[in-house]
Design a protein around this ligand. Structure first.
Ligand code: SF4
Ligand code: SF4
Length: 335
């Protein structure tokens, strides 16, 4: 019997999700045994035309990582959707926009100015040359894909069947997903293929998580050596554990918590949470408020909250494009 065909593709990403496939280690041989990898441009020399020539639905499963930042990302996502029976949104950037999604606090022009203009101190570009979609050279016309103003998650441009969250998804989750999908025992469409629990529910520090927080200062790991036994929130360090899905380690605490670092939220929200940032603000609001034994005054709460560095970037680090805000307001309608 012919093996099912599988594709891996990257859109706007750092390459970490591709590494996560390689991190399957010897299990990757089992995957290669079970399936026929028909498209994986990061690892092997496949051409886009190889995909264009396939029949619709010919690929059993496509794993697409990275956000949608350019016209090329969108074109390939649409093509792979057409050629695949199942599409899995793989990793935080594809799932929620991820780190590239923080670009939605800006627009194309300001991002180019920052990368190629005088606001970047290491750039020497006196003629302010920025990437052009079309450029004429003696050999002919060179083209680059259009760079969008707005970063999108994968499901904002195509229909997605399942999500494998994380920055990057853990190999055990990827392997479980491959085995499950190939068995034909398919979960409900839209399922996030990771445990349906919040990180705090599995955290060994949860007993020290305060009902009411009595702190005077918001700390950062750069300013304080965190106590490895105590909940980060109790130490005044923002930890996104209350609003983040568990899954980043098969057993025990989350990955970052085990390394004595607070969670930044890469696995996205657990069931029931629509907007990660709003939920985290409300979680903080419900626990902040004690000054020793006394209730804190409103202006002191405000002063405390003002100490959170880059609150929008902290609370929406991975999820801005799929949040209720989606992006900073733009003056033009351009995508
Ligand atoms: S807030 Fe962070 S440290 Fe505290 S219990 Fe939750 S995951 Fe653990
Ligand atoms: S602890 Fe949080 S930020 Fe770290 S890997 Fe797990 S979900 Fe991601």
């Amino acid at each position: 019997m012919a093996k099912p065909k599988v594709a891996f593709y990257w859109c706007a990403s750092c390459g970490g999700c591709e590494e996560a496939i390689v991190d399957l280690n010897e299990d990757i041989l089992k995957v290669a045994d079970l399936v026929n990898i028909v498209f994986w441009p990061c690892a092997m020399d496949f051409k886009y035309d190889d995909v264009r020539k396939m029949k619709d639905g010919e690929i059993s499963v496509s794993f697409i990582n990275g956000a949608i930042r350019t016209e090329e990302n969108e074109e390939m996502a649409v093509l792979l959707r057409q050629k695949s029976k199942i599409v899995i949104s793989f990793g935080a950037c594809s799932h929620m926009g991820g780190i590239p999604g923080l670009g939605n606090f800006w627009d194309k022009e300001s991002i180019f100015e920052s990368a190629y203009g005088k606001s970047c101190p290491s750039v020497d570009n006196p003629n302010r040359i920025v990437p052009q979609e079309r450029w004429q050279v003696s050999e002919g016309e060179l083209t680059l894909p259009k760079f969008y103003n707005t970063v999108k998650s994968l499901d904002q441009v195509i229909d997605v069947d399942y999500y494998l969250p994380g920055c990057s998804p853990e190999p055990y989750l990827t392997m479980n997903a491959i085995v499950k999908l190939l068995s034909g025992d398919l979960p409900a469409k839209g399922t996030v293929l990771a445990p349906a629990k919040a990180l705090c529910d599995r955290c060994s520090r949860s007993e020290t998580k305060p009902e009411k927080l009595s702190i005077k200062k918001i700390e950062r790991v750069a300013t304080l050596q965190p106590d490895p036994e105590k909940c980060f929130l109790a130490q005044g360090i923002i930890c996104m554990g209350p609003v983040t899905r568990f899954g980043c380690k098969e057993e025990g605490d989350g990955r970052c918590i085990s390394a004595n670092m607070p969670c930044r939220g890469c696995y996205g929200p657990p069931p029931g949470v629509k907007d990660v940032g709003a939920k985290m603000v409300s979680a903080l609001a419900s626990i902040v408020g004690l000054d020793g034994e006394e209730e804190m005054k409103e202006e002191d709460i405000q002063k405390l909250m003002d100490q959170i560095p880059d609150p929008a970037g902290t609370f929406y680090r991975f999820s801005l494009p799929t949040s209720m805000m989606r992006r900073k307001r733009m003056t033009s309608e351009e995508n």
